[in-house]
Design a binder for this molecule. Structure first.
Ligand code: ATP
Ligand code: MG
Length: 443
């Protein structure tokens, strides 16, 4: 049943405050609430960090959430329902796992709930051993429950039962940009698709930065850009999102969180967060799209491990651009477009945040780059079919052939998912110890 009752956003904040500090913070939250009470699309999220997460099993949290998110059309699912739609979170429905917990595919329709649109969904289950989990879960529900845009992944609902926390999203058939760009058995993403993804992801950021109450996304990276069947890009994972600076403030001060290789240098050094921190991370992803290389690749020589440090000297030099371009593109890109895109990445990656372009400039430059099509050579694409482990066969082939290859590899998928899940669990444990996370090394 979708949440219907309309009530005050503040009620959630106030009811969750426990000590004096937090009561003071609630006053702050009220101030930014505009005194209206009712939920509108762009309410401030200030005060969220003061929510009491020490009592995650609190039933009042669940009730307060439904009241505060009234009008957001989020569905409140029961754990039993989510178990049914994911076939008890079976391994055959397993999609992947990040720092938050495992993600399973499911299907909802009006047999589950009257009025539910029939559609596949992705169900993310919070790993209860996590330290930051409840806070991130709540932040995600609050932000995505209210922000709607074609380039943000749609949150369909959530479950908050006892200590269990789940999120239900629209299903994104092509998974993450990370898997599309770096997975060995995949068609190389064509140039035009890479530009489309960059453009749409930038539009998602633009929506956040230019909202009435600006939002800083803080975790812009290839694994958080999800792709629809037509490669429409949507930002996911708002667990680290923050309200942008208000009034005369130039930045927000926060504990440094994010992913190594993507986070802006001034943010890592000072904890000062601005919209330009997101622009820096965008520059890193743009560079990944151009080069087909990961932001951090420990398997490369020390000089090439950091993508930004390696590529930066070549980005503004027209004669050197070819050296950094992804060989899997097989020269099928517009040289003018590539030059402009490299120059845009260079500007986004500037050390001084004030000299980076704002996201609306990034969007309009990308719009311009997309128009450069005339000098793209026509040819075929190459993909790599894995046969036996460590043996690679290179073939030039069609999409159908790649699908066949995927079917063959599906035989091992169940096993692979299980071992991936195991690895991800280990990753999460090391994450808590400050080591690697699946989407990159975390702060
Ligand atoms: N809405 C969705 N539709 C389809 N697949 C999804 C969806 N959401 C997540 N996934 C898949 O689930 C996996 C885990 O995603 P998740 O966002 O939890 O972790 P991550 O982004 O890989 O790492 P991190 O914890 O650093 O964000 C990824 O492979 C992703 O592609
Ligand atoms: Mg993610």
């Amino acid at each position: 049943m979708a949440v219907k009752k309309k009530s005050s956003w503040r009620s959630l904040m106030v009811s969750c405050f426990r000590d004096q500090d937090n009561i003071n913070s609630s006053k702050k939250a009220k101030k930014h609430d505009g005194g209206e009470g009712g939920i509108t699309k762009q309410k401030s999220f200030l005060g969220l960090s003061y929510l009491d997460i020490s009592n995650p099993s609190s039933t009042t949290l669940s009730e307060d959430l439904s009241i505060s998110l009234a009008g957001s059309d989020l569905h409140v699912f029961t754990q039993a329902e989510l178990k049914v739609i994911t076939q008890s979170f079976s391994s055959s429905n397993f999609l992947g796992e990040g720092g938050f917990g495992p993600v399973h595919k499911g299907f909802i329709d009006d047999k589950l709930r009257l009025g539910l649109k029939a559609q596949p969904v992705a169900v993310k289950l919070l790993d209860l051993d996590g330290l930051q989990g409840h806070r991130e879960w709540l932040t995600e529900v609050m932000f995505l429950g209210q922000l709607k845009h074609p380039n943000l992944v749609k949150l369909i609902g959530y479950c908050c039962e006892e200590e269990h926390r789940l999120l239900v999203y629209e299903f994104m058939p092509r998974g993450s940009l990370e898997s599309q760009l770096f997975r060995r058995c995949s068609l190389s993403l064509p140039w035009s698709t890479r530009l489309k993804i960059a453009y749409e992801a930038a539009k998602g950021l633009q929506f956040l930065h230019e909202s009435e109450k600006p939002v800083i996304y803080r975790d812009f990276k290839a694994s958080n850009i999800l792709l629809d069947s037509d490669f429409t890009a949507k930002l996911s994972d708002f667990g680290l999102a923050k309200d942008g600076p208000a009034g005369d403030e130039t930045h927000v001060s926060t504990r440094v969180m994010g992913t190594q290789g993507y986070a802006a240098p001034e943010y890592i050094m000072t904890g000062h967060l601005t919209a330009k921190s997101d622009v820096y991370s965008f520059g890193v992803v743009l560079l990944e799209l151009l080069t087909g290389r990961r932001s951090v690749d420990k398997k490369r020589s020390s000089r090439e491990q950091s993508l930004v440090e390696w590529a930066r000297p070549m980005l503004n030099n027209a004669r050197k651009i070819r050296r950094i371009m992804d060989p899997r593109l097989e020269d099928q890109y517009s040289e003018t477009g590539a030059r402009k895109a490299a120059s845009l990445a260079y500007q986004c990656l500037r050390y001084r945040q004030k000299t980076r372009p704002c996201i609306s400039t990034v969007v309009s430059v990308l719009e311009d780059i997309i128009d450069y099509k005339d000098d793209i050579p026509i040819g075929t694409f190459t993909y790599t079919v894995p046969t036996k482990p460590s043996i690679e066969v290179k073939e030039t082939t069609s999409v159908q052939n790649c699908d066949k290859a995927k079917n063959v590899s599906k035989i091992d998928q169940h096993q692979k998912f299980r071992s991936n899940a195991h690895m991800a669990r280990n990753h999460r444990l090391s994450l808590r110890n400050g080591l690697n996370s699946p989407g990159g090394e975390r702060y």
